[in-house]
Design a protein around this ligand. Structure first.
Ligand SMILES: [Zn+2]
Length: 380
């Protein structure tokens, strides 16, 4: 009886120990799982934190692509994979824009916050059969339809924006800007008033107008304005005197902004009809052009009607469409390279592609009379 009782007691104790060890094992499993989950969270946070640190100044928050402030396309599509690669390259070299703000006088001292946010660094040449669609003078009531066409064809473009009197009257102006930005297309400064005589009267007048447009875009894009712009009429327009042209280019370069002209003109601004716009655009592409100039005002219905045909021609003939994102070497298209390139000598913020550095060696070497920062032409 006693023996049976002792045996029973041992069995109870063993059973109790089994229960305890089972509970312990369960607790250990729970702790292990919690530890694994914690490690995963820490790893993901560290990875995201590191990437964020590199790219936060360049990434379009809506699309996750580099913009050197704005531009670009979603990384989620096959067609855009090359853009993502170039964006990654841009992001990896992103550094703060270097500028010497001491001793500034005259117009150099105006708008003390009007500087590019990031250093562009080394530019790249366009890959073969790459096309950049650019639309000037928008947004307008045709913008939503244009964005639809671009979206349907999985193409992103660059918009060089204006804020002209008729646009100021449009209650949907801000909405259109937001739609451009949300679509992943580039928002870059063209001109607020687009009045040649007014903006090209002096560097001060140009800066005032540029700053007006920049501030509007800054608000619309949550401070993701492209560091590049386009001169109304192009950088070699006849309204801008040579001395004003040189001074404006010098001052904008000092502030970290550069400009894109174009090498394919659809001639929609000169009144080309739909078939002319199509023919001019595809002929330019066939001849090796990359940047196509088009417009997006309310009256450019013919342009709107041909965009899809131009994209389809390009895709069927092996062309890739990309949005300007600041990585493309602007000297490939610059009408005023003779003034722009000498400013790049010793400028820590910009570097021509290897090919163009060789091509423009003499212009670069002539850059001894000017420097990228702290130039002394204020008031000229
Ligand atoms: Zn224009």
């Amino acid at each position: 009886m006693r023996c049976t009782t002792q045996k029973g007691s041992r069995v109870e104790k063993m059973s109790e120990r089994k229960k305890v060890s089972a509970v312990e094992r369960q607790k250990k499993r729970t702790r292990r799982h919690a530890a694994i989950v914690l490690i995963c969270i820490v790893l993901v946070a560290a990875l995201a934190g590191g990437t964020y640190g590199i790219t936060r100044l360049l990434v379009h928050p809506k699309t996750g692509t580099a913009v050197s402030s704005s531009a670009v396309s979603k990384a989620s599509t096959a067609k855009d994979s090359s853009t993502s690669a170039s964006s990654a390259a841009a992001a990896s070299s992103a550094q703060a824009f270097e500028v010497n703000k001491t001793g500034l006088t005259g117009y150099q001292a105006l708008y003390p916050d009007l500087y590019a946010k990031t250093k562009v660094g080394q530019w790249k040449d366009a890959a073969d059969k790459t096309v950049y669609l650019t639309f000037d003078d928008g947004p307008s009531d045709l913008t939503p339809q244009l964005l639809e066409v671009l979206k349907k064809n999985n193409v992103k473009a660059a918009f060089f924006i204006t804020h002209q009197p008729e646009q100021q009257k449009d209650p949907n102006y801000d909405k259109y800007l937001k739609e451009i930005y949300d679509s992943g297309c580039t928002c870059a400064v063209h001109s607020a008033c687009h009045n040649y005589r007014k903006i090209y009267a002096s560097p001060e007048a140009y800066l005032s107008d540029f700053n007006n447009m920049y501030q509007i875009l800054k608000k619309a894009t949550n401070d993701h304005v492209a560091p590049f712009f386009r001169f109304p009429g192009g950088s070699n327009n006849p309204i801008m005197s040579t001395s004003t042209r040189k001074a404006i280019i010098q001052e904008m370069t000092r502030r970290g902004f550069f400009f894109y002209d174009w090498d394919v003109d659809s001639k929609d601004a000169q009144g080309a009809d739909a078939s002319g716009i199509y023919a001019n655009s595809i002929r330019g592409m066939q001849e090796g052009g990359n940047i196509i100039l088009m417009h997006n005002t309310s009256v450019k219905k013919a342009t709107l009607s041909e965009v899809e045909n131009i994209i389809q021609y390009g895709k069927q003939n092996g062309y890739t469409f990309k949005p300007l994102d600041g990585t493309l070497d602007p000297s490939m298209y610059g009408f005023s390279n003779q003034y722009f390139i000498p400013l790049l000598k010793g400028n820590p913020n910009f570097k021509l592609s290897t090919k163009h550095e060789a091509r423009f060696a003499s212009l670069l070497n002539n850059g001894t009379s000017v420097s990228g920062a702290g130039v002394s032409s204020a008031g000229n």
